[in-house]
Ligand binder design. Structure first.
Ligand code: ADP
Length: 202
């Protein structure tokens, strides 16, 4: 049975594709949510993160406070690398368990893992194929400014900090070019999902 990794850069349209897939009945696993869950108290990354970054990252209630962690790791590549080295393997393990649990509970459809950092985090082994969403830089800048209020230079900086689409394409079985309308994207997603259901049944 098929597991699909859905990835793409900031503002490419991943979440929108995930939403369309969910409307078609696809079970979706959101890597961001898994990321948040693993550093909750009692979660698999909680103690390691305190060991690495100190009690100063904790809120009064003992949870890890992202607003305290953020300034420590952003702008310090070595610290960010340490954080990722703790969190990414735990997320990989957790998502693997979640897919296995869904299968054990009888899920027979393709499972979609939505993960912006699928390739950066080296999670390819979790999935059978990668679906990549791309959009031109102009479209991305315009959409995230319109919908998230991000300034073009902020968006450009984020794009520069990420893996390039050329690099992502090397890993992708499917590339969705999201430069058209939402309705065009929806139709492309429906077509891809039909194909996935067929491959999944084969
Ligand atoms: P990502 O999850 O990759 O960051 P989103 O799916 O959130 O990207 O898309 C970024 C923004 O662009 C969202 O507000 C979304 O509604 C909008 N968007 C995505 N695709 C299109 C499209 N084809 N036409 C117009 N707006 C789009």
């Amino acid at each position: 049975m098929l597991t699909i990794g859905l990835t793409g850069g900031i503002g490419s349209g991943k979440s929108t594709v995930a939403k369309f897939l969910a409307e078609l009945g696809a079970p979706i696993l959101d890597a961001d949510k898994v990321g948040h869950a693993i550093y909750q108290p009692g979660g698999p990354a909680y103690a390691d993160m305190i060991d690495a970054f100190g009690q100063g990252i904790l809120a009064p209630d003992g949870t890890i406070d992202r607003k305290k962690l953020g300034p420590i790791v952003f702008g310090d590549p070595a610290a960010l690398k340490r954080l990722n080295a703790i969190v990414h393997p735990k997320m990989f393990a957790r998502m693997g368990e979640m897919v296995a649990a869904m299968r054990a509970e009888g899920e027979r459809k393709p499972i979609v893992i939505e993960a912006a950092i699928l390739i950066e985090a080296n999670w390819q082994a979790l999935v059978d194929e990668i679906w990549l969403v791309v959009a031109s830089k102009e479209r991305v800048i315009e959409r995230v400014e319109r919908d998230r209020g991000m300034k073009p230079e902020q968006t450009e900086a984020r794009i520069r900090a990420q893996l390039s689409d050329d690099e992502r394409r090397r890993h992708a079985a499917v590339v969705m070019v999201n430069d058209g309308t939402l309705e065009q994207l929806r139709a492309a997603v429906a077509e891809l999902w039909r194909g996935a259901l067929e491959r999944n049944a084969a």
